[in-house]
Design a protein around this ligand. Structure first.
Ligand SMILES: C[S@@+](CC[C@H](N)C(=O)[O-])C[C@H]1O[C@@H](n2cnc3c(N)ncnc32)[C@H](O)[C@@H]1O
Length: 395
């Protein structure tokens, strides 16, 4: 009998290996190469020599910087968080100010303000514009264009509290994490009532960060070629309001937990979109999804759920679609081979802290989609896979 083992090559590629003489020697060669590289990197003498060697110095500096950035990442994030909390970017949006004026406006003494301004300058949030003057830096300016990112940065205080003891988090030693309490449906107190106190904070956060996601989906997939769209887990309807602008003839339906669907109803009533939107409240696990749509979207939904629940959601969508209907699944996806910090590190730990779900590769999602009864599943490239990738399948 042959045994299949999978390993990672020197270049980060997954290689399928079979037991036998050839594969054993292939495996041991790559293991030997990794071993040699790691012994070299763990040797202080090698680093000293590399720094002195003009050909290796550039590489040595780059590696040292990358390692330093890994060690300091938390501090950088906290500097960013401070700037957002103290509204430094908004303060500078009309032009540079001197440090005294900034210190007064953000309520810090000159010493503390200088520490913040110099550190924020070093990570390109702001820029020194000569003498004592500071203006927006490239990252600070970009943040002003994306208010949703600012909201996520504020929200990260919950994540950082859960991460204060990352080992305890991985061992699930905390009874309740901050994130499982924030994401009401992930915690113990799952909502079925019309009380929106548990759902409103996360719904508002999702709404704030939805605009760019919606733009990616609309730019990538021709939603106007359909008649009726049902957005499952549609939050307060921000995605559908953006779709309405791009596809005014598309009729729209939304399904979410009862208090969230109520919130969506109110938001639609306040907005001036022409499309009538039917908002349905219920749980995708306990209630049938409304029928009548020829396309169903799942935007940032499936990664929140473990495999069994994810499959149940996909099956519910399949049951609600007519033959030939379309499923659109949009969320950030893990890369197949090389690890990706945005999905594997950030979303991996975020969802672990939330208590359920995980980032999946497109292939893992395609397998679940096929198991739910869909066919012809393919991926479409968005402009910003960091925010969302897209899978399309047929019922
Ligand atoms: C991460 S949010 C995504 C919201 C929106 N699609 C977006 O991208 O902004 C997940 C959504 O799923 C909804 N949800 C959670 N559990 C649900 C359930 N059992 N049935 C229906 N919707 C649910 C939540 O209320 C929330 O609106």
């Amino acid at each position: 009998m042959q045994r299949n083992t999978s390993s990672t090559s020197l270049f980060g590629e997954d290689t399928q290996q079979q037991s036998g003489e050839n594969s054993t020697s292939r495996e041991s060669i790559s293991d030997r190469l990794f071993g040699w590289r790691n012994r070299l990197l763990a040797n202080p003498e090698f680093h000293r020599k590399a720094r002195r060697n003009p050909f290796m110095r550039f590489m040595a500096r780059r590696r040292a910087r990358a390692l330093f950035d890994l060690c300091s990442g938390f501090v950088y994030s906290q500097i960013l968080s401070t700037c957002v909390q103290l509204d430094v970017f908004k303060l500078l949006q009309n032009g540079p100010l001197d440090s005294g004026a900034i210190a007064r406006a953000i309520g810090l003494d000159r010493d503390a303000a200088d520490t913040l301004l110099r550190s924020a300058t070093s990570i390109k949030l702001i820029e020194n514009r000569g003498r004592d003057c500071y203006g927006l830096g490239i990252h600070g300016a970009a943040l002003l264009a994306n208010p949703g990112v600012g909201k996520m940065i504020e929200h990260h205080t919950f994540l950082y509290r859960d991460l204060a003891d990352p080992v305890a988090l991985l061992k699930r030693e905390q009874d309740e994490t901050m994130l499982s309490m924030f994401w009401d449906y992930a915690g113990a107190r799952q909502q079925q009532s019309n009380d929106s106190t548990g759902t409103e904070p996360y719904t508002d956060l999702m709404s704030a960060s939805q605009a760019m996601v919606a733009e990616q989906i609309i730019d990538t997939y021709p939603l106007h070629s359909h008649q009726r769209l049902l957005d499952v887990g549609g939050g307060d309807g921000t995605f559908l309001r953006t779709v309405a602008g791009a596809a005014p003839d598309l009729s729209l339906m939304l399904f979410d937990l009862p208090p969230v669907a109520e919130q969506a109803k109110l938001r639609f009533a306040e907005s001036d979109i022409l499309n009538e939107v039917a908002c349905h409240g219920g749980s995708v696990f306990d209630n049938e999804l409304p029928k009548g749509a020829d396309v169903i979207s799942l935007v940032r939904i499936v990664h929140d759920h473990n495999d069994d629940a994810a499959l149940a959601i996909l099956k519910a969508c399949r049951a609600a679609l007519p033959a030939g209907g379309t499923l659109l699944l949009a969320e950030p996806m893990a890369r197949e081979k090389v690890g990706d910090p945005a999905t594997d590190a950030y979303f991996g730990f975020y969802l672990h802290a939330m208590g359920r779900g995980r980032p999946r590769t497109a292939r893992e999602l395609q397998d679940l989609i096929a198991e739910a009864g869909f066919s012809r599943c393919h991926s479409l490239k968005t402009h910003l896979p960091l925010l969302t990738s897209l899978l399309v399948a047929k019922a």
